[in-house]
Structures are given as structure tokens and as C-alpha cells.
Design a protein around this ligand. Structure first.
Ligand code: CA
Ligand code: CA
Length: 228
């Protein structure tokens, strides 16, 4: 890495720190968590713009983050086999001291749903597909691979994402009030894209506002985010 790149990253981190000061965090823990989130966004994802927002259709996309102090997930990477001949269902939960907690994700691949490999080759009844779910540790963002694998639109995959453990201060002004609730109930949605250089587009889903859950149908493996 060249000196200019190091300087660029340092400048971005300084800018991020300035952002945190400007939002009047409620305490030092909040500030350090927020700084960590923003630093991570700038340094380790290829999906962010220089201002820390995600590239979205017609503007920035704000990804929903996990709340502070919420339990970890039981796993952040899950690989499982699927065939055309069986229903496959997998779940990822939160976990506290080795005990399974509330739901984070549920995916169902119905019998007959697997259609084509990413290169367009048909998936046959003899094929076994190893599907991998990778979960972002900070945001409600999952990567589904092999990206581009297609499902029969008549028998789509069912994906449920549960966000009861999300952050409450969605607008980042240091409180959790009606403004945040309005964002959650009216703007929050699911978005998808197949790779880092492709724009995010709305992924149609049902928003169960009361239970804080999104239910989407997938016709291909891609990246899915809960965002606004
Ligand atoms: Ca707020
Ligand atoms: Ca407020």
C-alpha cells in the first residue's frame, strides 16, 4: 500500500471521527462502537462510498445495524447441501452462553426450486449444490453463494430476516424516538444485488412491522440487506 493510500485512509478515519463527534453520542461506549462501525465501513468493505454510505439506486442506502450489547449469532457462516429432490430449511439464531436465542434468519429451499448454476447450466436431479450464507457481523447484510445461482420463479426460496435486535437510533441523532420509528415502519425494506459493482435494487418483501421481520422470495442467490 502506498503512502498516499495510507493518507487517504487516515483522512477518511478522521472524517468518520468528526461525524461521531457531530452526532452527540450518549456516552463513550456509544462513541467507540459508532467509531468502530464507521471505521470498519471505510476500511474493510468494498461496498461503501467515500462518505460511508452504501451505493444505492438513486442515492445512499443506509444499512440497518445490530444493536449495542445484543448477543452474537450462533454462526456467521453456514454451508449446507441442497438438491432438487428435497425441501431444505436452515436457521441462524442469536446465542447467549451457548444457549440458542431468538431468530435471526430462516431460509427454505423448496423441492424443485434449484434451476440453474451461475453460468446458466441447468441443475439436474443428480446435482448437489453447496449453498453458503455469510452474515455481516455489524449490519443486517447477508451474502448468499454461489452468487447468481437461479431458482424457479414458480417455486422461489423463502427468506425470513428478523431484526428485533437491531439498533434503535436509526437517524443517528443519539436518541430513539418517533423519527426513528417512522423510518423503521415506513422506509425500512430489503435490497439485493449480485456483486459489489452492481447497484442495490429493492427486493420485494413483506414487512411484518409488529414482529420486526421481513419475508422475501428469492429467485437467485445474491447479497441481501435490510436498509432504507
Ligand atoms: Ca434517533
Ligand atoms: Ca431524535
Amino acid at each position: 500500500m502506498g503512502k498516499s493510500m495510507n493518507l487517504a485512509i487516515a483522512a477518511v478515519l478522521l472524517a468518520a471521527a468528526g461525524c461521531v463527534d457531530g452526532t452527540k453520542p450518549v456516552g463513550p461506549d456509544r462513541a467507540s462502537v459508532e467509531a468502530g462501525k464507521r471505521a470498519r465501513m471505510h476500511v474493510s468493505t468494498e461496498e461503501t462510498k467515500p462518505d460511508g454510505t452504501m451505493g444505492g439506486k438513486g442515492g445512499a442506502l443506509h444499512m440497518l445495524a445490530q444493536g449495542m450489547g445484543v448477543p452474537s449469532l450462533e454462526t456467521y457462516s453456514l454451508t449446507f447441501p441442497a438438491t432438487k429432490n428435497d425441501d431444505v430449511k436452515r436457521e441462524i439464531h442469536y446465542e447467549i452462553a451457548g444457549v440458542k436465542g431468538s431468530d435471526f434468519l430462516e431460509i427454505v429451499i423448496p423441492e424443485g426450486s434449484l434451476l440453474t448454476w451461475p453460468d446458466g447450466t441447468p441443475i439436474t436431479e443428480k446435482d448437489t449444490v453447496n449453498i453458503t450464507i455469510t452474515v455481516d457481523p455489524v449490519y443486517f447484510l447477508i451474502h448468499l453463494a454461489p452468487a447468481g445461482l437461479r431458482f424457479d420463479p414458480q417455486i422461489p426460496v423463502e427468506l425470513n430476516l428478523f431484526y428485533e435486535n437491531s439498533e434503535d437510533d436509526l437517524d443517528g441523532d443519539g436518541d430513539a424516538d418517533q423519527d426513528d420509528e417512522t423510518i423503521r415502519t415506513t422506509l425500512l425494506d430489503t435490497y439485493a444485488r449480485t456483486g459489489p459493482n452492481v447497484p442495490w435494487t429493492l427486493l420485494p418483501s413483506a414487512h411484518l412491522v409488529e414482529t420486526r421481520e421481513f419475508a422475501a422470495n428469492l429467485v437467485r442467490l445474491e447479497n441481501v440487506a435490510v436498509s432504507w
